[in-house]
Design a protein around this ligand. Sequence first.
Ligand code: HEM
Length: 424
Amino acid sequence: MADSYLLQRLGLDREGRQRRLDFLELGPRDEALLKELREFAHKHVDAIVDAFYAHLRKFEETRKLLVDDESVARLKQLQRVYFLRLTDAQFDAAYFESRLRVGDAHQRINLEPRWYIGTYHLYLRLLIDRLRDEYGSDPDRLAALVNAVGKVIFLDIGLAIDAYITGGYVERELAQEYRRIAEVAERTLKEKAEVERMKTDLSNMIVHDLKGPIGGILTVTQLALRKRGGNPESNVKRFEQIQRSARDLLRMIENLLEIDQMEGDRLELRVEPVDIAALIEECASEYRAAAEMAGQTIAVNVDADVPIVECDLWLLRRVLNNLVVNAIRHSGAMGSIELSACQAPRRIEIRVRDSGRGLSMDDQSQLFQKHGAGERRAKNRDDTGLGLVFCKMAMELMGGTIGLESVPGQGAVFMVSLPTLESD
Ligand code: HEM
């Protein structure tokens, strides 16, 4: 028969069992002596078992586990079987298994090892007293018998300890405490996630609802600008300014909403062939007026061989818009901004260069991360600090990359690249 899981786990295969017996020097001579004790055992079993439970009843720690007379009567029956098996002297897999089970039964009822191990000595005492009465006239034989009984009892104690350890008794309180802490932590995290989700849902709803009124402002200013004939020049400038601010606001709102969609894998790409040169020109024209207002220039420099690229036009346009707004914001008066594009092996690269203050390595490492957005926002009061976070997520969603080269005092170059189908 194959060894049980418990025996396997404790390395108590045939060889492991034999090694334990060898260590206790429990051999054929002891087995023969124990078998000789069968008659003696049957004669004394009831008295020994009675004395055993009478002792356990004297102590609060053991008494509390002996619930009532009925269960003690049942235990006495089991104890008889246990005791008589000692003199069977058959130390095979079944014996080891049965002793491990007994140990396991006690660790399950939380019997502390100090009482359990102490009770083995009680066993030994009860036995030796009776052995002395029976074999006192032959001290050598008595010594040999006590020796043999002692070895089996120590074998059983070893197996009991194994069962306690395997059953997790030693670390049980600690394990229960860990489990309790883990449960509390898990519950707290769940509650926190739920609150976060509700907060996000709520702010997304508000942000989404803001799009309506801003759209309204854009429409009204557009109408006013179309009918500019009736407006004095100063009003036209104001409308243009209102329109730029409204568009900026819309861009920030869209960044927020799309970051949320990308984080929740809810943003679906609409891939189509995109003329990069035309897109860059469109983006430059859209922001040229804003740059000029800030005393800056926007130049475009696109290589003639830049191919059409398969990507999401809406997302790429928004990435470029964010990068250009960023460049305008950081270039200062008299600044110059350049949008360029060129083909590189298996990809195209678009660069947005500004002539601003540049960024330290520290700032660069935080730039595309959402958790640094709060600080960036504090530095640039007129932005959410999420523009570059959006750019990175959008580029990666399209299979592209975004990077930055900057030396403090010498401006910055943001590079986005997208894969192309052409071979290099
Ligand atoms: C030499 C020490 C001991 C031996 C050899 C021993 C033997 C046994 C045996 C053979 C069983 C039956 C196990 C099974 O269901 O397979 C058992 C169960 C039990 N023993 Fe002991 N026992 C010892 C010490 C103690 C002590 C100190 C107490 C304390 C009161 C105790 C209380 C119990 C109880 C309450 C059960 C029932 C466990 C259950 O409901 O699963 N035992 N014992």
